[in-house]
Write a protein that binds this ligand. Sequence first.
Ligand SMILES: *Cc1c(COP(=O)(O)O)cnc(C)c1O
Length: 526
Amino acid sequence: MLNRQGRATQPGEAASAVVHPTFTGNRALQQEEALIFEFGRLDATGVDVDEPVAFTSRLGGLERRDGIGLPGLSEPEAMRHYVRLSQKNYGIDTGVFPLGSCTMKHNPRLNERMARLPGFGDVHPLQPVSTVQGALELMDTLAAWLLELTGMPAVALSPKAGAHGELCGMMAIKAAIAHKGEAGTRRTVLVPDSAHGTNPATAALIGFTVKPVPVRADGTVDPESVRALAGPDTAAIMLTNPNTCGLFEPDVVEIAEIVHAAGAYFYCDGANFNAIVGKARPGDLGVDAMHINLHKTFSTPHGGGGPGSGPVVLSDRLAAFAPVPFVVRTADGFRLVESEADAAGQGAQPFGRLTAFHGQMGMFVRALSYMLSHGADGMKQASEDAVLNANYVRACLADLLSQPFGDRPCMHEALFDDSWLKDTGVSTLDFAKAMIDEGYHPMTVYFPLVVHGAMLIEPTESESKASLDLFIAALRDLAMAAKRGDAERFTGAPYHAPRKRLDETRAARQPILRWTPPEPVRDAAE
Ligand SMILES: *Cc1c(COP(=O)(O)O)cnc(C)c1O
């Protein structure tokens, strides 16, 4: 008999599908792990500290009288606890992470090496500027590359995530509108129905009213819908390109012209920049502001692995309103413009400051390291390969999974809907959960909202053909099982994960964030 990988099954192997409970609760080398509070002893410690020398307290009787209740562990116990927890995590270093719209690409180790160089790793944001000229030069060089790749004249480096970049760009737009004396009238932001939730949230957060733009049947935005909605009350459009359906907006230039003719601004959500780096420049498409997720497109760690970084490129119409701080090059070296007064001396009118210091320096080093190690040709090839890989996945699944916008090429992510699951008793969520049993982090599900039961797969360029082939084979096997009527494989999945199917809604709505010690066991023999 052949198993799913085409490997001959050994006698007794079929029985391994039945998971027998173990005495310890461990599953082979996957260890169960209790909360640190459950096994840490209050009287234990991993360090040998001398008894304190007698001293007179100066707290006037306010000192704590009882223990602080923190669990004490020996060093090996502490080590095992955290290593076991880390093994429960799934990341890009463990396997394919096909989350659409998130660009979970490999984080090159060269980036890490560069970020740990003492001149970058040990730098402090309050050091005298004369001692950090190299760090400022790195920021200036990164900025120059971002401008080159986007065809834009200015960039604000300090935002610390894509959504933070959206806030930065939209605040610059708001400042520009106020500068023109139109703050009272231009209060509406147009947002297509396919947008990421952060877009309307950003607009609403800073006081704009969000007006949805319908998406046409082919998954893109019709310029006529924008024309019908744009007017003297419009502040901006927030458009994602390539969009969240994995499609390049074919009428993006016309949309930009319509928005500009209405006296409004074009904010582009640049989270999907990985599809077009080196191929198309947002500046040529009429964009006024666009964030770049360094943690997506430029390979810096993402999710649990590191902080985000979301520089925003700005057009000439918005450049003056960029926030402080920023780096300027002078005859005597690099200088940081920290205050609004200083910026005014440079002819700028910053809308203010977004972060305490200068942005995610460690991520700047990693992103520039990625850019320089790839070179111009390499970055262009990376986006071509990202698109190629997504289309390979799409084409290899096209006979089994349904595509909402027809069997046609996509950009860097492939979008499927759930119409192929009709009458199988299996939902998009069930299918995603069954992927966990196969050792894969699920793709993005139920987003974009315009597609019923959406499954958005973004393999990125960093997957080899062999790894894509196994991923595709696993999805094909699951899809055929669903179509065969093997609903049980899905509805309770994941069966092999330590906690099986979680009630995620309840976990989000009623989180239990506090551990309470169990009641002491009463002595029964009274
Ligand atoms: C990831 C993403 C964002 C937000 O970026 P963060 O860095 O997660 O804040 C915005 N829009 C789209 C389309 C995205 O994929």
